[in-house]
Design a protein around this ligand. Sequence first.
Ligand SMILES: [Fe+2]
Ligand SMILES: [Fe+2]
Length: 290
Amino acid sequence: MGRETTALLDRIEELPPLPAVAARVMGMADDNRTSALELAQVLSTDQALTAKLIKISNSAYYGFARRVSTVREAVLVLGFKQVRQVAVGASIMNTFRPSRPDEAFDLDLFWGHSVAVAVAAEAVAKRTRRAKPEDAFTAGILHDIGRLVIRQVKPEKFEAAVALAQTGQCSLHAAELSITGVAHDDVGRALGEKWKFPAHLIDAVAGHHDPRLTLEDDGLSGIIAQCNRWVLHYGLYCGYDLEPAEPTPLPRDLEVIEQACRGIDVVLDRAFSFIESASGTPNRWYAAAG
Ligand SMILES: [Fe+2]
Ligand SMILES: [Fe+2]
């Protein structure tokens, strides 16, 4: 870890806290009848979150015919793990301030990328059974969160890094490291620790740019690293957009993801629908996605 990252992490107390409800819900034991009722009760203490949860339950994201109108019904219809996953995701998404109109970095596209990785990772976890699907979704939402911290702590340098990435000369990952001196995967680890996320989720966030992690051998970390590659392959960049380039063939090792997800369009539609319910209709979306 570089000196700049260490210096930044010394200021970790300035970072946003995890919303109280999300923290409580994260720590709840997996499902049995009592915990389902308890979950509904905890969630009901946050009215804004409750409204979002009900909206998501009734949205195209799930596509249920039955109308859900209370948190208890949502828990009954979707199940404990789904509701917990949606609640944590939606609270994290509303923890950071929106983009300013003059800002090159776009929070809608940041969440577009992150939720697309979450949706893909959930589908891959279901198919391969190499991680719990709800963990895969939450780790997907979280994997690039260190980037929001850098944006908050070093706004000018971060903005210069985004401007460089927008020229298409290098990735934001490379631009950010050379201009801000900080790596968002290291910062993500630190934030995950501050927020007391389980160790395997933190490892997946910290390792998502490690090219050695595979779907076959590395559990949740492998799923997040490879789903991140898959989403980037289709030009769904994290926080910015580029003119669509000539499509290149999908690397063979990513075909498993393609099949588990039934293609990038399905993932993008689901991501859009989730974001729309969790934080409002995005103002910007990927040019390549039409
Ligand atoms: Fe990343
Ligand atoms: Fe990413």
